[in-house]
Structure formats: structure tokens, C-alpha cells
Design a binder for this molecule. Structure first.
Ligand code: ADP
Ligand code: MG
Length: 447
């Protein structure tokens, strides 16, 4: 699909109606006249009760369901007017789909499931496996590549399905109740992945859900009832200004008078704090303020800078990028898809992160050698002075913690206790810093 300007909708549903079994006794009008426009890089949720036509709308956008009346355009092309060859190409390259029921093929390995869309395109086995493996790594399921679907948890299966939907790098991801079958922890994980695909990879996402807790993830929510769109709500408007002037509820409509100083103040604040939503204003404002104040004082960075950094760090931990690329990405502006940090901070952060990652790697690979280097690393980083008596105790305590024979609280007590009483005699603040450093290294080496 040719890349469109942000001023054009990537998806346009125009007076679409879907009637199942038309003219038969079991005729079902699943979608009444519906018009929807979705712009590039938007994350849109379609929300409504079971049976209201959400899946029908989604499948119409995907081309799996053809219009009874009206039309659907994707990337400027009308689906109903495509030739067979165009339809096949459209399916393979423009849209990735994720379903509640995963739809993995049980007789194929996880890796083969992921690269299946490429098999249909007749791509070279070696390259397609490489692409598949990179995706499995990104979603933390590389170790499952040679297993079969029935050996995986629900959350893992959905990550496989997401990897499969991405294998041909489509611009649009359609997800039909993707967390409907998952426990809450796996659900959060999958929702975070979709958010990441939108924010970092700039995919246009349309997710169907009937769970109101998910709504805050989206830029825009389309509410459906009885086969109709009944309302739209905007959390963050990514549409061009001409489109945004449509009939939908705008944030400032919380205030009856749109030109009131309160409405203007909220509008301005929302531009500064991208995660601030009008619905937070009543009850959730204090937690939001606390979070921002904390971030401001502790890290002097905004939410967006932090969440982009987190995304790059994730890529680094999956080994999809190297240290140099991490520093570069952090140092790139937010507008260009980077972290929006300055160069100095990007460099020093990367140096610090790499040192910790390196310690985790050494400790994991060789516990013996790891213990020595870790002890020396801590001494150097925290400028600790030891006596002949306290040094071996320090090394012994580290050993116990690394072997998981001692927890962090006991370690802290022993590091802090005076040498006379059998401790290492560090001051409390240094001891706490060291314990935190060790815990993060333990976390990174854990797999
Ligand atoms: P939702 O995803 O919101 O639960 P659907 O789009 O699946 O709703 O279904 C909308 C209505 O259309 C429902 O009443 C459903 O029973 C009906 N329906 C869905 N698919 C078909 C089909 N293939 N044939 C006949 N009726 C269908
Ligand atoms: Mg459905």
C-alpha cells in the first residue's frame, strides 16, 4: 500500500451496512448504516456489548466480510472493487489480525506459525525464519520457537499471534477481543504490547473490546449499540485538525462553555501532558499529579520521554538493538520517533545501563567469575572502603544473595551492621543503594 499523508484517513467506512443471510428467513441486520474514519497512527477501540456488531465492523475493514451496502476504503482503495490479486496482496501486506481464540495451527511449531503468512508469499525460508525469530525475541517467547501451541500458556499464544500478525510488517493491526481469554496479568501484557506497537512502531491499531477498563489505552473510542455507532470519545486527538472538527465529543466539552478559562486551561495542560485525560479530572487527578511531580523531580523527564526510553530499553534487553543504537535512539527527538533526551543524558544513561546489563550477563554466565567482578564493580561504583575484616564478609554476603540463599532485607541488615557485630559496616544509604543495584542485576539475569 502506498504511504498516505496523515491528512487522509487510512480507513474510511462509508455508509456501510451488513446484512447476513439477506432475503432468507434467518436474515440478520448486523450493521446499520455506519460511517467511520480512522487516521494513520491512531489507536482506536470499538466498544460495545456482545452482539452489537463490533466483529462485523472489524471484519468488514479487514476485507473478510464484504459490504452488503456502502463501501470500505483502506489506503485509498475500495475493498469491494479490488481484483482478486489485489485482495490477496492487501490481506498479506496491509493488515495484521489478532483474535480472541488465537487461531494457531496446532501441528506447526511456534516459529512456523509466526512465519506462515510469509510461506504463502513464497519467501525464502532462511530470511523468513530470521524475521520470525526477531519477533519471538521481541515478545519474550524466543525459547518457545520449536514448541507446539498446546505447550504454551494463553498469554504466550496471544504473543505468538501478535508476532504472526506483524510478520509482513503491515501498517494496520486489527485485534478482536485479543485479551478476552486471558488472565489479568497476561491481558495487561498483551495490551502493553499493542500500545507499544502504536506508540513505537506507529502502527494504526483497531481493537475490539467489551471491557470498559481498556478504554484509556486508545486515542479514540467508538461506542456501538444494536448495529450502530452511538458515540465517540477522544482521549488524544491524532487526527488532522480538519477531521477533528467533526461531530465527536471533544475534551473541552467537559466544560459547558468551551471558551471558558477552565476549558482552555485543561486543553493546554492536555497538550503538555499527553496522558492526561478529561475523565481523570474528577477523581484521578491527584494520582496523576503525584506521578508527574515525582517524574519531574526525580528524573526531570516527561511521561513520553520515559515511555519511549522504556520501549528502547526493552529492545536492548531483547538484544534487538545494541548499546550504540540505544544511545542514538534516546538522543533522537520525539517527533522523529526517538526518546527526546539530550545527548549527554543519553550517553551517561546508556553507559550506566550497559554496566548493569554486563554485570547481569557475567553473573549469569559464570557465577564464580561473576561474584568477583560484581564485588569489584560495586566497590568502584559506590566508592566503598573495606578493611581486611569486612572485605571477605562483603564477598560472602554477595555470594549468598546471588545463590538466592539470602533475601534483600537480610543482606541490607548485614551490610549495614557494624563490623564489630559481624556486619560489613557500611552506612545505611550506601547499603541501600548497593542492595537496589544487586536486586536489579538479579532481576536482569533472571529468565
Ligand atoms: P459482536 O462482535 O459485537 O459481539 P458480531 O458482529 O459478532 O457482534 O455480531 C452482530 C450480530 O450479527 C449478532 O447478532 C450475531 O449473532 C450476528 N452474526 C454475526 N455473524 C453472523 C453470521 N456469519 N451469520 C449470521 N449472523 C451473524
Ligand atoms: Mg465479536
Amino acid at each position: 500500500m502506498e504511504t498516505l499523508q496523515n491528512t487522509e484517513p487510512i480507513i474510511r467506512v462509508d455508509k456501510l451496512r451488513i446484512v447476513y443471510n439477506q432475503g432468507k428467513s434467518n436474515e440478520m441486520r448486523a450493521l446499520e448504516e455506519t460511517s467511520v474514519e480512522i487516521y494513520p497512527h491512531e489507536y482506536v477501540i470499538i466498544f460495545g456489548p456482545s452482539g452489537c456488531g463490533k466483529s462485523t465492523l472489524l471484519y468488514s475493514i479487514s476485507g473478510l466480510q464484504s459490504a452488503t451496502y456502502g463501501s470500505v476504503y483502506v489506503g485509498g482503495k475500495e475493498l469491494g472493487k479490488m481484483t482478486q490479486a489485489e485482495q490477496v496482496y492487501f490481506h498479506q501486506s496491509s493488515i495484521g489480525m489478532v483474535f480472541q481464540a488465537f487461531y494457531l495451527i496446532s501441528s506447526l511449531t511456534i516459529l512456523d506459525n509466526v512465519v506462515l503468512p510469509k510461506v504463502f508469499r513464497g519467501e525464502d525460508p532462511k530470511t523468513r525464519k530470521e524475521v520470525g525469530q526477531t519477533l519471538l525475541r521481541r515478545f519474550g517467547i524466543a525459547a518457545q520457537g520449536n514448541k507446539f501451541p498446546n505447550e504454551l500458556s494463553g498469554g504466550q499464544k496471544q504473543r505468538v499471534a501478535i508476532a504472526r500478525s506483524l510478520v509482513n510488517d503491515p501498517e494496520i493491526i486489527l485485534a478482536d477481543e485479543p485479551v478476552g481469554n486471558l488472565d489479568s496479568e497476561s491481558a495487561e501484557n498483551v495490551l502493553a504490547i499493542l500500545k507499544d506497537l502504536n506508540e513505537v512502531d506507529k502502527k494504526t491499531i483497531i481493537m475490539v473490546t467489551h471491557n470498559p477498563e481498556h478504554l484509556a489505552y486508545a486515542d479514540r473510542v467508538i461506542f456501538m449499540k444494536d448495529g450502530r455507532v452511538v458515540k465517540e470519545e477522544i482521549n488524544r486527538d491524532k487526527r488532522p485538525s480538519t477531521a477533528a472538527a467533526s461531530k465527536t465529543t471533544k475534551p473541552e466539552e467537559k466544560f459547558a462553555d468551551k471558551n471558558s478559562p477552565e476549558a482552555l486551561e485543561l486543553q493546554m495542560l492536555m497538550e503538555s501532558f499527553k496522558n492526561l485525560l478529561p475523565k481523570q479530572v474528577d477523581i484521578l487527578l491527584i494520582p496523576f499529579k503525584a506521578k508527574q511531580l515525582l517524574a519531574h523531580i526525580i528524573s526531570e523527564m516527561n511521561d513520553e520521554q520515559i515511555s519511549m526510553a522504556e520501549a528502547f530499553l526493552k529492545e536492548r534487553l531483547f538484544n534487538n538493538i545494541d548499546a550504540k543504537k540505544l544511545a542514538q535512539s534516546l538522543d533522537t527527538s520525539l517527533e522523529e520517533g526517538g526518546g527526546g533526551w539530550n545527548s549527554l543524558r543519553a550517553q551517561s544513561f546508556t553507559k550506566r545501563a550497559e554496566a548493569i546489563i554486563e554485570q547481569a550477563r557475567i553473573t549469569k554466565e559464570s557465577p564464580q567469575k561473576g561474584l568477583r567482578t560484581l564485588a569489584e564493580y560495586l566497590v568502584e561504583n559506590f566508592h566503598i572502603k573495606f578493611t581486611q575484616e569486612s572485605w571477605p564478609r562483603f564477598v560472602e554476603l554477595l555470594k549468598l544473595r546471588i545463590e538466592n540463599k539470602m533475601g534483600q532485607l537480610e543482606l541490607l541488615r548485614n551490610l549495614d551492621a557494624p563490623v564489630k557485630k559481624g556486619g560489613v559496616g557500611l552506612n545505611r544509604i550506601t547499603a541501600e543503594k548497593i542492595v537496589r543495584e544487586i536486586e536489579i542485576i538479579m532481576l536482569l539475569k533472571y529468565s
